[in-house]
Design a binder for this molecule. Sequence first.
Ligand SMILES: [Cu+2]
Length: 435
Amino acid sequence: MIRRTCILVALCLGLTSAPAAAHVGEQGPISTVTQHVGSHELTIRFELPPFAPGTVRLTFDSDATAPWAFGASVVPYRLSAPPTPTAQIVLDPAAPVTLELPVDQPGRWELLVATDADETVRIPFVVAALQFAPGDLQLAGALGGLVLTLLLGMLTAALGRSSGEWLARLQIAALTAVVIVGAQQWVQRSATAPPASGRPHAVMLLASEPTMPQAGQPLLLHLDIIDGATGLVADDIEIHHEAYMHLVILDDADQQFSHIHPARVAPGRYQVQWVPPLPGTYTLYAEIVRHGGGASILSQRLTVAGTPPVRTPPPPLPHSTTVAAGVQLELAADALRHGRPTVITVRARDAAGVPAAIRTWLGMAGHLIVRSADRQIYAHVHAMPTTDEPGLVRFVYQFPRPGEYQLHAQLALDGGVATIAGTVIVPEGADAALP
Ligand SMILES: [Cu+2]
């Protein structure tokens, strides 16, 4: 009889079990996004409610060295900005501000950040709906049944009565149901997500204000991301390494390097203010990740009026330089060989020679940009996750072929982000040593 009960319970549960829910690529309940707004880098940490209605907790921080005021509002996706922002924020240097804003319905929303410069940045986020999967209800029902039958058993024992075989059968059935539904839930939740289907290539359109850039004059760069297959704006750019877009700008003379994060101002549209320091031709490398796709780098060229300087690549490795707060950085590489992994290191020491504290920036200890002198090869390398030495950051990169490369390594110190640049010549032959 008991065996029949168990089989019956198992069959009923098997017939009504639900398929595993598909995972959607949202940014998650807690995320951080960094964008350049006006002339400042603004970092916003999102803490989303588990469901709506609820409140979004936002923490703002910036690299501004003077108090900076802006407005913040949350609106349903693509709705216009309210006439006056919901909250006015004044950010003092090194003093993050936390704010809670209500969201009354599930779905897609946007955080609007409005600055004095008449610029509104829009950052989308998704608030989940409160819902139970059929498996959750089954599990709750089975657990409820088990608790009820156990209570009944205790009650009848307390009254000194015999519960008979029927209660034992009920308890076994409830226990069987809990085990089966629990196992189904575990299998469904631990199942790996199906492989991403990928996305067509994207195209980046570049426009500038003014249209004829001048050295030393502020320039507003407009970067539109277009789906390569349909020509529609690509509004599926995901936050990766705490930004929508990592924009690296290098000039042909190998004298200039910028790493900035354009702000999202409309679906598929990003903008950033930048001051070209010198005349000449620059390459803009925009790194993005589309939902369901991997990282891709889109590039564009930009010419700044005037006579370009003579090409002057940074010094050869190993190379040391002193940055903010007297910290000395040293950029070095082990044996340089093409087609094999090379370890590139940055060592940071304070003025007394003590290893300097290295902070996490954009989700990791350091970033390395590698570009070949002929501009055919470009790479964005991330620091190794762990290091056994304080004040040391390691990168591993495999130079694909011999030749000259320029390296720009960046890490965050207590005084801000520091950059060190150097040049390496990767020789012919597999085992050639550092020159
Ligand atoms: Cu970046």
